[in-house]
Design a binder for this molecule. Structure first.
Ligand code: FE
Length: 270
């Protein structure tokens, strides 16, 4: 155990049932557990994988205090409301989605902390991928959602995204964290689990310290990327913390695993 670190991170890979090379849907879910008390948070849970995630929570003998979201996802539906129903965990979104998201228990504004046991996780408003993205900072680690990815960054062409804001978020906020801070992204399409701020300053394709803002903005605004295939389902569902889809599933008496609504969420989110 690293000296002074009060928590443990479990990384979970969310691969879509229909994932293929053209429709990559993998996103990441993290369980952060306070070592002392077993109180835990789950970050960016996907509705398709709630059973798996809660199995890990049980195995590790943890108590889920919070289901936390980095942003309103366009590629998958959040499992936050389902987790709340099954565990009593409170739903947490960043402060940027006040008035946009319903069904959240807590909005964590820039600089505010979420405490579970001896561990405190701080919200960092990192706009750009969407206009309401939040990263979450622990001593020695940061969950960057789709703002900063490993060697890359989230797309900025919808949900009021902004290449200018993303550049500033990364350079002035994320790159201001200690170099050894471990970066846990919202997606990775190459199989990597984590990076560090030091690595990204040096090796990030578009955001390394050698790239200026003008160049970055020109690159981002010139990109042509496929829209996430199920964006029209995912966005309204996630603006209700995933509750809408949950209600629909219940009324249809569908089995989660066979639900066509949730098993075909394709994405290309970066
Ligand atoms: Fe995203």
């Amino acid at each position: 155990m690293t000296m002074g670190v009060t928590y443990a991170v479990t990384t979970l890979l969310d691969v879509n049932a229909v994932q293929d090379v053209n429709y990559r849907a993998e996103s990441r879910t993290y369980i952060v557990a306070d070592r002392d008390t077993g109180k835990a948070v789950i970050i960016d849970a996907s509705i398709e994988h709630v059973d798996r995630d809660l199995k890990f929570v049980k195995e590790l003998d943890l108590t889920l205090a919070f289901a936390v979201e980095t942003h309103i996802h366009a590629d998958h539906i959040t499992g936050a409301s389902m987790i709340k129903d099954l565990t009593g965990a409170h739903i947490v979104y960043g402060g940027g989605v006040v008035g946009i998201v319903s069904g959240a228990d807590i909005f964590l504004h820039d600089g505010q902390e979420l405490r579970f046991g001896k561990t405190a996780m701080r919200a960092l408003a990192t706009l750009g991928h969407t206009d309401s993205c939040t990263s979450y900072v622990l001593p020695g680690a940061v969950f960057t959602g789709d703002c900063l990815l490993i060697r890359g960054n989230g797309r900025t062409d919808f949900q009021d995204g902004s290449a200018e804001k993303l550049f500033d978020s990364v350079r002035t906020k994320l790159f201001a964290l200690p170099d050894e801070t471990i970066v846990y992204p919202g997606h990775d399409y190459t199989g990597r689990v984590s990076s560090t701020i030091r690595e990204e300053k040096k090796f990030n394709e578009r955001l390394n310290l050698g790239v200026d803002k003008h160049t970055f903005v020109a690159i981002m605004n010139g990109r042509k990327i496929t829209r996430p295939a199920k964006m029209d389902i995912a966005l309204p569902a996630n603006m209700n913390a995933g509750r809408m889809i949950l209600d629909e599933q219940r009324s249809n008496r569908r089995n989660m695993a066979s639900s066509s609504q949730t098993s075909v969420i394709e994405s290309f989110d970066s």
